[in-house]
Design a protein. Structure first.
Length: 183
């Protein structure tokens, strides 16, 4: 099956590409999880995060927003010893802070989707050279998230989040998923 240029031969990556990436996501807890994982990914490859996702789900209470928001400094310090995750104090503190900021949003799902007008934006990119790293919508989302108290939400992270959550459909024309998700 033809896939997007970024999908390598790792079975975990293939499953992610074929079943999750670009599928419109409107579940609050799953969006929260994805936003945190995109932050953990900063400076790393996405496959690294995919390989650690199950452990993140364990240590971050299934990405329960309330529980992550209440994490103590001692819990974060304990996570710094866990080789199953990215041991970065700034990113772990950001997870707690972002959970607290998430809780302050009235309707995070609708608010996040508002940056694309509430519906997936379907792009028709032929290949890698046409797919941007940042868009005006991602810049606006990043600015708004930062204003709301979030961290590790730069425009590139926001665009990757928008792509993964199906807010924008960036499967390229040669990818079999394009035909399915561009309808």
């Amino acid at each position: 099956m033809p896939r997007c240029f970024w999908c390598n031969e790792d079975p975990l990556y293939i499953a992610y590409h074929d079943q999750e990436w670009g599928v419109p996501l409107r579940d609050a807890q799953k969006l929260f999880e994805l936003l945190l994982l995109e932050g953990f990914q900063a400076g790393l490859s996405w496959i690294t995060i995919l390989k650690k996702r199950a452990r993140y789900r364990e240590v971050l209470f299934g990405f329960d927003v309330q529980r992550v928001a209440q994490m103590s400094d001692a819990e974060i310090e304990a996570l710094m010893l866990d080789a199953g995750i990215i041991r970065n104090r700034l990113k772990l503190n950001a997870a707690r802070r972002n959970a607290q900021a998430w809780q302050a949003l009235e309707d995070p799902v609708e608010w996040l989707w508002s940056f694309v007008g509430g519906q997936p934006k379907i792009n028709h990119f032929e290949g890698r050279s046409q797919v941007p790293a940042v868009t005006p919508e991602a810049e606006a989302m990043s600015k708004a998230l930062k204003k709301a108290g979030f961290t590790f939400v730069g425009p590139t992270i926001c665009y990757a989040f928008m792509q993964a959550a199906g807010m924008v459909m960036d499967h390229t024309l040669e990818c079999d998923r394009y035909a399915v998700l561009s309808r």
